[in-house]
Write a protein that binds this ligand. Sequence first.
Ligand code: SF4
Ligand code: SF4
Length: 72
Amino acid sequence: MIAIDGRYCKGCGICVYFCPKHALELSKEVNSRGFYMPHVVDASKCTNCHQCELFCPDFAVFIVEEEEGADG
Ligand code: SF4
Ligand code: SF4
């Protein structure tokens, strides 16, 4: 899962630029803080490469890997 934290994101677009799979896109509308937030256009394209996470200067995007075989 690709998580983007609107408290820290400033809409710079670096994550969109560096995603090799084009899984992210900047919104066309500003959020409540006046930023064009990125959003996931196709989660199935994401390969969990963590490039977006590594390049985000504000630690606003991160990949949450689902655990397999977890009980409950
Ligand atoms: S790189 Fe970080 S701050 Fe920039 S748009 Fe992506 S999530 Fe937001
Ligand atoms: S983990 Fe990789 S493929 Fe997935 S959204 Fe981030 S940069 Fe794109």
